[in-house]
Design a protein around this ligand. Structure first.
Ligand SMILES: Cc1ncc(COP(=O)(O)O)c(C=O)c1O
Length: 375
């Protein structure tokens, strides 16, 4: 059987539908905090940039315009503590989910190759390994894989979806050093990097795998994956990029040219504009900060415990005490008209947690928090 039809897990969100129906029956209506899809407007300056580039009769460049790649390089220097990135080592992608799903295939991985990803993780790391016919290996601890000779790719995700945990410089160095010893590529998914909530990350910033403090100036074998979906409310544009090792990026580019994996020209123009503007990112972060504070208060008042969640777009919560299964917590919250995602979507290690997204309107967040606080 072809892998594309045979090797993939069921799409888990379908199992949440009965809980959505249950939550909808609440007299004051449903507040959906399950999927992390942005709800605030795309910033006007980005929409204007898209519209100004709407006349696009020719094919766009797969590598991205020089203007876009320069904007990415400037952004890495300004916002991510990564100076001097090579513009040739930047490549736009059609959102980052696409890259996560196809990177193992683009790197030529297949049967017998292992792709490491976090234990509690965004499911597409696993899907990408399976699409390539490779074997996914969930592991947080470097010691699980550092002596294996079949590991070809190591995914890191910092800040994490779903837990919000951040990898510090030392964590990143350890993973990079171990991967280099066994010849594996490290791909670091950093799409929530501009959403830190706790120290030291607010002051210091969330470190990138391309930070010189991690790489000692050597980016070979390293890729950083970024998305504009959350920081700029651009999920509908499909706007992301990968950057790092010039040789790896060149290989990805060659295949993506053949396969037509190209970001539309107006979206490339919109991305360059979004990356040059820090103001809208700060405004959006402030919205999420307020919503996070309200939901955190509500969840704690309702007797849930929120673990960690020092960054990112989610609160990682569980029923206090004896360890209630995540589906029971999903059910309890559905009875209050609030839909959240069960931790089990993110791996067996998360069976007691639920993921609460901050991506709801101010009004919905106020309604949810009031219900949780019993007001
Ligand atoms: C960790 C992580 N990586 C990648 C993505 C994909 O984002 P996009 O395809 O919108 O860039 C998401 C989306 O939720 C995510 O949580």
């Amino acid at each position: 059987m072809g892998l594309l039809t045979g090797g993939l897990p069921d799409f888990p969100w379908d199992t949440l539908v009965p809980f959505k129906d249950r939550a909808r029956r609440h007299p004051d209506g449903l507040v959906d905090l399950s999927v992390g899809t942005p709800v605030d407007p795309t910033p006007a300056l980005v929409r204007e940039a898209l519209a100004a580039a709407a006349d696009a009769p020719g094919y766009p460049t797969t590598h991205g315009t020089a203007a876009l790649r320069e904007a990415v390089v400037d952004w890495f220097a300004r916002r991510r503590g990564v100076p001097g990135l090579d513009p040739d080592a930047v490549l736009p992608t059609v959102g980052s989910k696409e890259l996560v799903a196809w990177l193992p295939s683009l790197l030529g991985l297949g049967e017998g190759d292992v792709v490491v990803h976090p234990e509690c993780a965004y499911p597409t790391y696993d899907v990408g390994a399976r699409l390539a016919g490779a074997t996914p290996l969930p592991a947080d601890d470097v010691s699980v894989w550092e002596r294996r000779d079949d590991v070809r790719l190591v995914w890191l995700n910092s800040p994490s979806n779903p837990t919000g945990e951040v990898l510090g410089v030392e964590d990143l160095r350890r993973a990079v050093a171990a991967a280099r010893r066994i010849g594996a590529v490290v791909a670091s998914d950093e799409c929530y990097a501009l959403l830190p909530w706790a120290e030291p990350w607010v002051t210091r910033g969330v470190p990138s795998v391309l930070d010189p403090a991690v790489t000692d100036g050597d980016v070979r074998g390293l890729l950083a994956v970024h998305s504009l979906s959350k920081q700029s409310n651009l999920a509908g544009y499909r706007a992301a990029f990968v950057a790092g090792d010039p040789a790896l990026v060149r290989r990805l580019l060659e295949i993506r040219k053949h396969a037509g994996m190209i970001v539309p020209a107006p979206v490339q123009a919109a991305m360059a504009t979004a990356l040059a503007d820090d103001e809208h990112v700060a405004q959006q972060r402030e919205r999420y900060r307020r919503r996070r504070a309200a939901l955190l208060r509500g969840l704690e008042a309702a007797g849930l415990e929120v673990d960690g969640s020092p960054a990112g777009l989610y609160l990682w919560a569980r029923a206090a005490g004896a360890g209630q299964d995540c589906w029971a917590t999903v059910g309890d919250l559905a009875d209050q008209g609030i839909l959240v995602a069960p931790g089990s979507f993110y791996g067996p290690a998360a069976a007691r947690h639920v993921r609460v997204a901050l991506t709801a309107s101010d009004e919905d967040v106020v309604r949810a928090a009031a219900r949780l606080e019993g007001a």
